[in-house]
Design a protein around this ligand. Structure first.
Ligand SMILES: Nc1ncnc2c1ncn2[C@@H]1O[C@H](COP(=O)(O)OP(=O)(O)O)[C@@H](O)[C@H]1O
Ligand SMILES: [Mg+2]
Length: 239
């Protein structure tokens, strides 16, 4: 296993947000975390990226323990998170927003290559390269923050609710881009989503969280047809 979190517990003041969670990601996989608001999805991402310390448990990446490492060192190992909420620098251009994602990197050629790759993935960003980021639509801003995350050249990309508040047409485009990032750029992905239907369609494996614990896990295709998942997360419909 590439990333492995074992039996992690997290508390905020008195809230036991994660109560013994184990998740893993293999190289090349898209793994999705689904579950209701407050289930603990973001907390898992914060634990992996070193933004929240564990009460107990451990996390390794490529066999190396990372749960006591600083957030900066974890980024340097190749793990990048795109947090929920599309925080762009509104007055800066699309290009300058993207370049912010590469600020830890050296080597102009590699950075230019990443920029080309991002603009290939998101042609809309290419069309708007000189536009102030704050004037773009929600969906376009979401593409921009994903693109900015890619500019760090991650091995593992963590996406927190990329489809939240995004118009349906853009959700499709973002879903397609996530698949391309994984397939063509060989980036492993943890996708946190409220849009379970989309997440189960594009991921290889899934974990369903219920109040800080994993309730169901397995192959995404299998979970899409699982009665419990369909009923609770897919509106009971048959695909
Ligand atoms: N900074 C915080 N302080 C106190 N409680 C928090 C904090 N962040 C999250 N929580 C609580 O931890 C639990 C899990 O939250 P979170 O990981 O954000 O869930 P999700 O991303 O699935 O919506 C919730 O009960 C939430 O209220
Ligand atoms: Mg969340």
């Amino acid at each position: 296993m590439y990333l492995e979190a074992k039996d992690i517990h997290i508390v905020y003041d008195c809230v036991r947000a994660l109560q013994g969670i184990s998740v893993s990601v293999d190289e090349g996989e898209i793994v999705t975390l689904i579950g209701a608001n407050g289930a603990g999805k973001t907390s898992i991402l914060r634990a992996i990226t070193g933004l929240k310390s564990l009460q107990s448990g451990n996390i390794t990446f490529n066999g190396e323990p990372i749960d006591k490492m600083s957030a900066v060192n974890i980024v340097e190992r190749g793990i990048t998170m795109v947090p929920e909420g599309r925080h762009v620098f509104p007055l800066m251009t699309v290009k300058d927003n993207l370049m912010m994602g590469a600020f830890r990197r050296r080597g102009k050629a590699g950075i230019a290559e990443s920029l080309d790759m991002v603009l290939r993935l998101f042609p809309r960003l290419k069309e708007r390269i000189g536009q102030a980021a704050g004037t773009m639509s929600g969906g376009e801003q979401q593409m921009l923050v994903i693109g900015r995350g890619l500019m760090a050249k991650p091995k593992l990309l963590l996406l927190d609710e990329p489809s939240l508040g995004v118009a349906p047409l853009f959700v499709q485009e973002i879903a397609r881009a996530i698949v391309n990032i994984n397939k063509e750029e060989r980036v492993s992905i943890i996708l946190v989503e409220q849009n379970s239907r989309m997440a189960l369609k594009i991921s290889h494996r899934a974990y369903v969280l219920v109040t800080g614990k994993i309730a169901i896990e397995g192959n995404s295709e299998v979970l899409r047809n699982d009665e419990r998942v369909r009923h609770a997360y897919l509106g009971g419909s048959v695909e």
